[in-house]
Design a protein around this ligand. Sequence first.
Ligand SMILES: NC(=O)c1ccc[n+]([C@@H]2O[C@H](COP(=O)([O-])OP(=O)(O)OC[C@H]3O[C@@H](n4cnc5c(N)ncnc54)[C@H](OP(=O)(O)O)[C@@H]3O)[C@@H](O)[C@H]2O)c1
Length: 338
Amino acid sequence: MIRIGVNGYGVIGRRIADAIRLQPDMEVTGVVKVKADYKATLALSKGYDLYSAEKSGKDSFKEKGLAISGSLTDLVPKVDMMIDASPGDVGAANKSIYEKFHKPAVFQGGEDHGVAGVSFVAQCNYDKAKGHSSTRVVSCNTTALCRVLGSIDESMGISRGRVVLARRAADPDEPSKGPIDAVVLDPVNIPSHHGPDVNTVLPGIKITTMAMKVPTTHMHLHSVILTLEDPDASKETITQKLEDTTRVLLVNGKDGLKSTAHLVDLGRELGRPRGDLYEAIIWKDSICVDEKEASFFMAVHQEAIVIPENIDAIRAMLGSESKDDSIAMTNNALDIDK
Ligand SMILES: NC(=O)c1ccc[n+]([C@@H]2O[C@H](COP(=O)([O-])OP(=O)(O)OC[C@H]3O[C@@H](n4cnc5c(N)ncnc54)[C@H](OP(=O)(O)O)[C@@H]3O)[C@@H](O)[C@H]2O)c1
């Protein structure tokens, strides 16, 4: 079993820990928290060994009667690999700790590409991570764009992509970021960082992205417009390609799924933990091709989409499974159909 430490037990870290547990070839050695809050109690109740981020932080857990197994520097020597799911930029500061103990580490999309030098989306560049001591799983929006644009580019060629991203303003457990009553250009400048971030995984795709924050905690919504090289591309060929692409789910507005709220409802009914939707979700009946220009709407469950990539990044770095085998193992464990 591959022993994994998870540094950060927030939105992403909690899901990664639970997903690791579902895999046949890996186990969670411990999880790292700063605050001795309800999430620390939950981690213990699930059977995870709990570690504090700082040595001095151990006392606050003891004062609350929470069993603490040590601090981050006690956990790192015990593992085969660390997953860093701490807040953006904190991961880069943690890198020297992992290096000190010669432990490979997976970082998240809140870090710059330079933290690892390899930015990762399993179906796009799995083999690139092999043998690397660090890999960065890109952000939720970039993961969705890479899965979908990578697949379409492979078969039809994309000469230019344009994407407008309406981003959720905060995650559901961040009430301090609201309430708000505005659409906030984030950033005002064009392009947003998402296009250049796609190019860290798919360097050949020309893409312009524009982004804004909207007052919701559920999901991001992308309006995608692609100029295609293939003169024979049609609604049918694009739909078929996306049907065949792993971790992309097509839904229909005419079935009553007309909003992100409906998708949240669907996720809950699928019976997955927390109602998580790991797929990039595209409205099939939004797909439109006019001459060589294809357009569609895509939704991204920001809390969930990067979880399968984190699992695959572990196997990719260690070289323990091929791309197809790892994706199949992860999909099977997380109940992702294809
Ligand atoms: N949220 C999303 O939608 C999303 C989507 C894709 C990627 N990401 C990326 O995933 C990473 C984690 O994001 P998140 O949303 O999971 O963050 P989060 O909910 O704020 O959780 C961060 C976790 O890191 C812990 N932590 C460990 N060391 C820390 C330190 N030195 N300072 C502060 N906290 C520390 C925190 O502990 P406490 O709980 O004790 O405070 C918390 O459990 C970021 O790079 C982010 O950009 C996030």
